[in-house]
Ligand binder design. Structure first.
Ligand code: B3K
Ligand code: ZN
Length: 844
C-alpha cells in the first residue's frame, strides 16, 4: 500500500472553469456524463493530466470533442492534453445498488444518495478528486424518483428531471446527489441582511413527524452563526436529508447536508434527551461547516483539523451558549478522556495534523476532531476573546474561497495579534498527551507554583519539545473564598515557576480551571484537599473534577488493595447532591464515576497490569456503596426531579430527568427494580422508558419489559438499535459474548446497516469487563464480524478495529488472545486498505 506524505504536496496541474454533470439514474447501471473545462495551472510544476477514478466503467472519453486516448494508471487514468484550455467529456457507468461501502453513489432503502468525503467522488466519475481543486457545478438528474436533489439552487424541475446549479466553487468532496420518494418538513429563515432562505428536512414517508426539533436546531444554528461569528448563509435554499445507511454522523455537502437518520430524526417517544442534544449539536456542526469547511476548505487532507477542529469548537460553543456551559464543558472533557486520550496514548497516536496516511478515512479521529477543538480553545484562551474574534474575521476575509492550511490559520492570529505562534504550532505536530506536574511552595507571603511538563514518546516521535500550555489558575482561602480570580499562566518551558505575592495565609490553588488544556494534571494532593475543592471550588469544572478525582482514587485503591469505598468521597458527594442551588444536570454528572476502561488506562500508566474483573468488581462496589450511603437521599432526588406536564428536551427538563434516572439506577440496586418497573409502566417518553429498562436489566429483571419493548418498537429502526445495544451493555461480563452472538442471529440484525452493526459490535467492544473477559470469546466474536464486514464496508470495519487499540495494556494471556485475533484479521485474504492500515498500526 502507498503512503502519502504532507511534505510531498504539489498543486494540481490544471484549473477547472466549470463542471457539468448529468446523472441517468438506474439502480445497477447509472450513467454519469461529465463535461469539465480545464486550463493549465500557471502555478503548478507537475503538468501530468491525471484523473482519479475507482470502480468506474468507462464508456467514452473525449477532449475538445475528439475521442481521447486514456491510459489506465494506479487509482485513475492519464491522458495527453493540449497546453491550452480544453474541454474534457466522459461517460461512465456505476452500480449504486451493489455499493455496500456507502461511499460514492449508493442506495439506501430504495433511495439514491452520495457520500464523497474524503475520496468518494472518484467512484462517481473521473475527476481530480482533491480538496484544492474547486469548481462551480451544474448538475442534471434524470430519474423516476419524486424528489431529485443536488447542491445549490434549483434551475429547473419537471417530472423525472431536475437541474441544479451551485454558484460557489467547491471541491468534489462537497458534491451531493439525493433521489427518492421523499417528503419534506419545510421551514424558512431570514438572514440578517434580509435574504429569505427556504429550509427543508427530507425524510422517508413515516418519518415526517420526527423533523420539528431538527428544523428548530437548524434555525438556532443559523442565527447563532450570525450573532457570534457574523456569518450569514449564502444560498436561497438549505436542504437536509435523512438516510438510514450512513457510515458516520452527517455530511456538510454544500446546501445539501446528508444525515445519518439517527442524527436528525427525533421525537419524544423515540429519542432520549441525549439523542436530542446530539442532534442539535450535529445539525449545528454541519451548518457551521458552510463557512469553516466549505467557503474556506482544506488544501489537502492533512489539513483536516483546519475545518474539523474549528467546527467542533464552534459547535461546542453553540451548545454551551444554548444550554449549560459547565455541563457542556464537563461532557466534552468526558468525551475527550474517553476517546482521545486512549488514542493518543496507544499505537494509533498521531498529531492533530498527521504527516502521513494510507487511507485518509482512518484519520477522522478523536485527535483530529476533539483535540483539534481543544487546540482552538487554547488559542482563544491565550489571545483573549476580542483578539480571537478579530483574527477569525481576518481569516474569513483573507481566505474566503481558498483551500487553506494550518499555516494560514495561525498566520491570521500572528498578523492580528503580533504574537509569535511558532511554539504553539507544536500542538499540531506533536502527538501524545502532555503531563503537567505541579509542586507548591509558601513562605508566609509568597505562594509559588512550580509547573513542569513532559510528554511520553509516541509512534514515530521519540523526543518531545515543550508546548505552550495555558494553565488557568484561581486561589482560594482556607474558608473557601476566592482570593485570586482565574488567571492564565502560560507554561512554555519544561519547568517554570509562577509567584503570587501578598498572601498572609496559605492559599489553596485551583489548577487547570475549565480544563484549560488537554493534558494530564498531576498535582500530588491529598484527599483532604480534594474534598475541600469539591466543597468550595468556585470553578464548576474543577469542583466536579475534585469529586471525579476522589472517585478515581477510591476506585484505584479498591482495585489494587481491596480497600473499601472512600468515606470522604461519599460524604463530599452527599453534600453536593443535597445542594439544591446546583442544577440537576450538574449533580447528575457528579454522581457519575470513571469508566472501567478509563481505570484500566490509569493502572497501565501507573505500571500496573489492569485486571478487568477486579476493575468491574470495584466499580460495582462503589455504586453499591453509593446506593447504601444515600439510601434516604436518592428517593428524594428521584421525587424532586419528576416533571409534570409535557416533555421538552430543554436543558432544564433533561437535567432533571438525568438526575432522577441517575438516582433510579442506584435505587434499583436495592429495590430489585420495583421503582424502575413503575417508571417503565408509565413512561411517555424514550428517556424515561429506556432508563427504566436499563435499570431493570441491570437489576437482573426486565425480561417481560424487554419483550414488550421489542413488540412496541420493532418497526422503528432507531429505537431497535437501542434495544440491541442495551442488552449487551447490561449483560453480566461472562454473558456479554453470548448475548451478542445471540443478537447477531436475530432477524433484524443487518451488518450492512452501520447503525445496527455499531449498536451490536460497538456495545460489545465498549463493555470493558465483557469484552476483556478471560475466556476470550468477545475478542474472537468481534474479529469474526470485522472479517465478515470488511469486504462489505471497509470504512466501518476499519473504524471498529480500534476496539483492539489498548491490547498491550493487558496481561500476557489476554495479549496473546488479542494478538491472535489481530493476526487473524491481518491474514484475511483481500483485506481492505482501510482495515489493513488500522491493524498494522495497532499491532506495531
Ligand atoms: N466531514 C464529515 C465527515 C466525513 C468523514 C469521511 N470518512 C462530517 C463532519 O465532520 O462534519
Ligand atoms: Zn465536521
Amino acid at each position: 500500500p502507498t503512503t502519502i506524505f504532507l511534505k510531498d504536496y504539489t498543486p494540481f496541474g490544471f484549473i477547472i472553469d466549470g463542471v457539468e454533470l448529468t446523472f441517468r439514474l438506474a439502480p445497477k447501471a447509472t450513467r454519469v456524463l461529465s463535461r469539465i473545462k480545464f486550463r493549465p495551472n500557471p502555478d503548478a510544476t507537475d503538468k501530468r493530466f491525471f484523473l482519479h477514478g475507482e470502480s468506474l466503467t468507462l464508456i467514452s472519453a473525449a477532449i475538445d470533442g475528439k475521442s481521447a486516448d486514456v491510459r489506465d494508471v494506479d487509482g485513475g487514468i492519464e491522458a495527453d492534453v493540449p497546453d491550452a484550455p480544453f474541454v474534457w467529456e466522459a461517460e461512465v457507468e456505476i452500480n449504486p445498488q451493489d455499493n455496500t461501502a456507502l461511499e460514492g453513489l449508493y442506495m439506501s432503502n430504495g433511495m439514491y444518495c452520495t457520500q464523497c468525503e474524503a475520496e468518494g467522488f472518484r467512484k462517481i466519475t473521473y475527476y481530480p478528486d482533491r480538496p484544492d481543486v474547486m469548481a462551480a457545478f451544474e448538475v442534471t438528474i434524470e430519474g423516476n424518483e419524486k424528489v431529485l436533489l443536488s447542491n445549490g439552487n434549483p434551475l429547473s424541475q419537471s417530472q423525472g428531471f431536475a437541474k441544479w446549479q451551485d454558484p460557489w466553487p467547491k471541491p468534489a468532496y462537497l458534491f451531493a446527489l439525493v433521489a427518492g420518494d421523499l417528503l419534506n418538513h419545510p421551514g424558512t429563515f431570514t438572514t440578517k441582511s434580509g435574504r429569505q432562505v427556504d429550509l427543508n428536512i427530507w425524510v422517508r414517508p413515516g418519518d415526517e413527524n420526527k423533523c420539528a426539533f431538527g428544523m428548530q436546531a437548524l434555525k438556532d444554528s443559523m442565527k447563532w452563526d450570525e450573532d457570534v461569528y457574523g456569518r450569514e448563509y449564502d444560498l436561497d435554499l438549505f436542504n437536509i436529508v435523512a438516510v438510514d445507511d450512513f457510515n458516520m454522523g452527517a455530511m456538510e455537502n454544500k446546501g445539501l447536508n446528508v444525515f445519518n437518520s439517527s442524527c436528525v430524526l427525533a421525537s419524544p417517544e423515540t429519542s432520549t434527551d441525549g439523542n436530542f442534544e446530539r442532534i442539535e449539536a450535529i445539525i449545528a456542526h454541519e451548518y457551521f461547516h458552510n463557512w469553516t469547511g466549505n467557503r474556506i476548505t482544506c488544501r489537502d487532507w492533512f489539513q483536516l483539523c483546519l475545518k474539523e477542529g474549528l467546527t467542533v469548537y464552534r459547535d461546542q460553543q453553540f451548545t454551551a451558549d444554548l444550554r449549560s456551559a459547565p455541563v457542556a464543558r464537563i461532557s466534552n472533557v468526558l468525551a475527550l478522556r474517553g476517546r482521545q486520550f486512549p488514542e493518543d496514548q496507544g499505537p494509533l497516536s498521531h498529531p492533530v495534523r498527521p504527516e502521513s496516511f494510507q487511507e485518509i478515512n482512518n484519520f477522522y479521529t478523536a485527535t483530529v476532531y476533539e483535540k483539534g477543538a481543544e487546540v482552538i480553545g487554547m488559542l482563544k484562551t491565550l489571545v483573549g476573546d476580542a483578539a480571537y474574534s478579530k483574527a477569525v474575521d481576518l481569516y474569513f476575509d483573507r481566505h474566503d474561497g481558498d483551500a487553506a492550511t494550518i499555516e494560514d490559520w495561525l498566520q491570521v492570529f500572528e498578523d492580528s495579534t503580533g504574537r509569535d505562534l511558532g511554539q504553539f504550532k507544536r500542538w499540531y505536530s506533536q502527538s501524545g498527551t502532555p503531563r503537567l506536574t505541579v509542586r507548591e511552595d509558601y513562605d508566609g507571603d509568597t505562594f509559588t507554583l512550580h509547573l513542569s511538563q513532559s510528554t511520553a514518546p509516541t509512534p514515530g516521535q521519540d523526543e518531545k519539545l515543550p508546548q505552550v500550555i495555558p494553565v488557568a489558575v484561581g486561589l482560594l482561602s482556607p474558608n473557601g473564598d476566592e482570593v485570586m480570580a482565574t488567571q492564565i499562566l502560560e507554561l512554555t518551558e519544561a519547568e517554570q515557576s509562577f509567584r503570587f505575592e501578598g498572601h498572609a495565609t496559605r492559599p489553596i490553588p485551583s489548577i487547570l480551571r475549565d480544563f484549560s488544556a488537554p493534558v494530564i494534571l498531576e498535582q500530588g494532593i491529598d484527599k483532604t484537599r480534594r474534598a475541600f475543592l469539591l466543597a468550595h471550588d468556585t470553578d464548576p469544572f474543577n469542583r466536579w473534577e475534585a469529586g471525579r478525582m476522589l472517585a478515581r482514587e477510591s476506585l484505584l485503591a479498591s482495585i489494587t488493595t481491596g480497600a473499601a469505598p472512600d468515606a470522604a468521597y461519599l460524604d463530599g458527594l452527599g453534600a453536593v447532591l443535597r445542594d439544591d442551588t446546583l442544577d440537576a444536570a450538574y449533580r447528575a454528572l457528579m454522581l457519575g464515576q470513571p469508566t472501567q476502561s478509563e481505570l484500566a488506562g490509569l493502572l497501565h500508566e501507573a505500571g500496573i497490569t489492569p485486571d478487568p474483573e477486579a476493575i468491574h468488581t470495584a466499580s460495582e462496589d462503589l455504586r453499591n456503596a453509593k446506593a447504601a450511603a444515600f439510601g434516604d437521599l436518592l428517593p428524594v432526588l428521584y421525587q424532586d426531579n419528576q416533571i409534570d406536564g409535557p416533555y421538552s428536551p430543554d436543558a432544564d427538563g433533561s437535567g432533571k430527568r438525568s438526575l432522577a434516572n441517575a438516582a433510579l439506577s442506584l435505587i434499583s440496586r436495592t429495590d430489585g427494580g420495583a421503582l424502575a418497573a413503575e417508571q417503565y409502566a408509565k413512561a411517555d417518553n424514550m428517556t424515561l422508558q429506556l432508563a427504566a429498562l436499563s435499570c431493570l436489566l441491570d437489576a437482573g429483571a426486565g425480561k417481560e419489559q424487554l419483550a414488550a419493548f421489542e413488540q412496541q418498537w420493532h418497526d422503528d429502526r432507531l429505537v431497535m438499535d437501542k434495544w440491541f445495544s442495551l442488552q449487551i451493555m447490561q449483560a453480566k461480563p461472562d454473558q456479554v459474548a453470548e448475548v451478542t452472538k445471540r443478537l447477531t442471529q436475530h432477524p433484524d440484525f443487518d451488518m450492512k446497516n452501520p447503525n445496527r452493526f455499531r449498536a451490536v459490535m460497538g456495545a460489545l467492544s465498549m463493555h470493558h469487563a465483557g469484552f476483556h473477559h478471560k475466556n476470550g470469546a468477545a475478542y474472537a466474536l468481534l474479529a469474526e464480524w470485522l472479517i465478515k464486514l470488511d469486504p462489505v464496508n471497509p470504512q466501518t470495519t476499519a473504524r471498529m478495529c480500534s476496539a483492539f487499540q489498548t491490547w498491550k495494556r493487558y496481561d500476557p494471556a489476554r495479549q496473546t488472545m488479542m494478538s491472535a485475533e489481530l493476526d487473524r484479521i491481518a491474514n484475511t485474504k483481500d483485506l481492505s486498505r482501510d482495515t489493513n492500515e488500522m491493524i498494522t498500526r495497532i499491532r506495531s
